[in-house]
Design a protein around this ligand. Structure first.
Ligand code: B12
Ligand code: SF4
Ligand code: SF4
Length: 399
């Protein structure tokens, strides 16, 4: 292996487009210490893939035998919101990260270049490193905190003193020995590793915990995915629990509430965005447009964005909830049409939304031909909530 100029390497990686470049050393068991308890509590919901390779997440040396270090990378994705988007507060609200072309793809392009750089400057081969953005078995936030890129907030996010909450993270596990960058401050992780470590620079602030619309924090720094709007609107492929739907408000995809309220964001500035490609025009897609999406328009509008992952059914499901939360009966015709959509998932949420907007009586025809158990269950739940008071021409028969 060629002798390495670490600071030179860091600079060159920055030039590729990564705004933060930090190093961590292996082995280090402290980062994965809280994962087992989190999984045991069921906070990963149905994301079984998080539990499947728990050992690798706890110990990156199992990802790459002989690994000596991690390179932690951050890309600033902060962007000033256009005044129109801010003023139109009732419009569907997208998580900020989704208003870019899929970061898994655009950051990966940068990681390929970092890999080439490592081969050129450190004399290693392609087998001596593995890179990941998001989907690999690396606890990216924990390692980024360990290497001092920021601290873990009570909102569980890696918060940078320079960029606030708005960093995409990526990681490279490598056999190259690199000197560890110090964490902001390392406290002993006794007893309750997650709780004890979260909120190092939060002080008495609890804004994120208080603002969460669905009370998803089991403790400071500990998210119960089952209650998290981000999980429900993106990762959950099925029905969204009825008790969480009102809390979703106008959030159509993902949730930034616990990020937006954080005072550390005051330092965030628009960055180079070399590895990002903005898709701001998505903010102009109205709720009416979303409710009218077809397979063709869905594919066209969301091409290359992370949103495509939830598929047409997922976005229509979310749009029904957002419409149901508007209190605006002008969405009823579109929702009543969706109560006859081909996908039971969409029909179920349309039924909920129509009832929220006071149009339940207009669903009698759709209800009489309904056979899907999950949709029938929605009708039954509405019936029960109304205490059976609703006037229906046909007798109600739950399936
Ligand atoms: C599963 C997942 C989710 C799940 C679960 C979230 C969760 N809290 O774990 C859901 C779907 C809910 C989710 C939501 C979001 N996610 Co997400 N998610 C992930 C993923 C794939 C794995 C996270 C994980 O392993 N969780 C398990 C828990 C136990 O681990 P952890 O929170 O990372 O906690 C560890 C560390 O914090 C560590 N630790 C805590 N304090 C300290 C302090 C020190 C000093 C040290 C050493 C360690 C340490 O201990 C913990 C256990 O090891 C990561 C990508 C990745 N591979 O890491 C992205 C990731 C965490 N998500 C990200 C984002 C952007 C989001 C959302 C903002 C998306 C949105 N707008 O809707 C929300 C935010 C919700 C929130 N407040 O956490 C970013 C976070 C970037 C950042 N700056 O922090 C990541 C890193 C993706 C990326 N590559 O950029 N996500
Ligand atoms: S992302 Fe939203 S729902 Fe999830 S913990 Fe943060 S504020 Fe709560
Ligand atoms: S909002 Fe307050 S408590 Fe939450 S992460 Fe930011 S500083 Fe910490």
């Amino acid at each position: 292996m060629t002798p390495i100029d670490h600071e030179g390497l860091r600079q060159r990686i920055r030039t590729i487009g990564f705004d933060e470049v930090r190093f961590a050393q292996l082995p280090d068991a402290s980062v994965g210490a809280g994962l087992g308890a989190w999984l045991k509590s069921g906070y990963h919901a149905d994301m079984a893939w998080l539990a499947r390779n728990q050992d690798k997440r706890e110990n990156p040396e199992l990802i790459l035998p002989g690994a000596r270090s991690l390179i932690l990378l951050g890309v600033n994705y902060w962007s000033e919101e256009r005044p129109a988007a801010v003023a139109n507060a009732g419009a569907p609200r997208w998580a900020r990260y989704s208003l870019y072309e899929d970061y898994h793809d655009t950051l990966r392009a940068g990681l390929v270049n970092v890999g080439r750089l490592l081969e050129e400057t450190c004399g290693v081969g392609a087998d001596d490193y593995r890179y990941y953005v998001d989907t690999g078995p690396v606890l990216e936030r924990g390692w980024a905190a360990r290497s001092g890129m920021g601290f873990t907030g009570k909102n569980a996010m890696l918060i940078s003193r320079r960029h606030g909450n708005w960093l995409f993270l990526a990681s490279i596990v490598t056999r190259i020995p690199l000197p560890a960058d110090p964490p902001i401050r390392l406290r002993p992780m006794e007893g309750d590793p997650l709780g004890a470590q979260a909120g190092l620079l939060c002080g008495r602030c609890t804004r994120c915990l208080d603002a969460c619309p669905t009370q998803a924090f089991a403790a400071p720094g500990v998210v119960d995915s089952r209650r998290c709007v981000s999980y429900q609107t993106i990762e959950n492929k099925g029905l969204i629990p009825r008790e969480l739907r009102a809390g979703i408000g106008n959030r159509i995809y993902g949730c930034d509430v616990c990020l937006e309220v954080c005072p550390w964001n005051r330092f965030a500035r628009e960055g180079r965005r070399q590895l990002l490609s903005a898709r701001e025009e998505l903010r102009d897609v109205s709720l009416a447009d979303l409710l009218a999406l077809t397979p063709e328009s869905f594919a066209r509008i969301f091409r290359r964005t992370p949103i495509k992952r939830v598929k047409l059914g997922g976005i229509l499901r979310n749009a029904c909830i957002v419409a149901g939360n508007t209190g605006d009966a002008s969405y009823l015709p579109a929702l009543i049409a969706l109560a006859r959509h081909a996908l039971p998932l969409v029909r179920a949420h349309a039924v909920w939304a129509v009832h929220r907007l006071g149009g339940g009586g207009q669903l009698d025809e759709a209800r009489s031909s309904e056979t899907a158990p999950e949709v029938c269950a929605e009708y039954a739940a509405e019936h029960a909530e109304a205490g059976g008071r609703e006037v229906r021409p046909a007798p109600f028969a739950p399936v």
